[in-house]
Design a protein around this ligand. Sequence first.
Ligand code: COA
Length: 137
Amino acid sequence: MNLRAADEADIPALLAFWKLAAEDTNRVDDDTAAVAALIRRDPEALVLAVDGDEIVGSLIAGFDGWRCHLYRFAVHPDRRRQGIGKLLLDAAEARFRSFGGRRADAMVLDDNTLAHHAWSASGYRAQPEWRRWVKGL
Ligand SMILES: CC(C)(COP(=O)(O)OP(=O)(O)OC[C@H]1O[C@@H](n2cnc3c(N)ncnc32)[C@H](O)[C@@H]1OP(=O)(O)O)[C@@H](O)C(=O)NCCC(=O)NCCS
């Protein structure tokens, strides 16, 4: 198992992986164009954990010049609790530090207790005073 940046050839397998492994509540649908746009804009942002040809984990470590955002944190259901999530978070945080990032954040559903365990284990804490405000474009 190793970590590497995704490239456009990974997109079909990645979309299938997210259907199997990722949290999908109330999201804008992921599609090929959206993932390709991310890879073109920031080729190192989308980190994959791969075992041979198989994607077993993913995390987007997005730095927009101001904030450090984490998205699409997912590990294959058969590969959880093996430290892959922690490895992905460590890699993302190292990337953010290299840009001088000072704080990483993630959107986490209140009832996603599985995710709460993993985020907490890596030192993340909820900020209950905030709500996300959104508008579709
Ligand atoms: C969240 C997720 C990515 C974690 O991946 P993972 O590879 O299983 O995480 P790790 O094995 O690195 O776990 C790191 C630590 O988190 C904690 N943890 C993770 N899963 C846990 C669980 N089910 N119960 C208790 N603690 C847990 C543990 O402290 C663990 O360390 P340990 O195994 O040495 O005790 C994975 O559960 C997942 O894909 N969930 C579905 C998608 C999702 O909800 N993603 C988050 C969106 S915000």
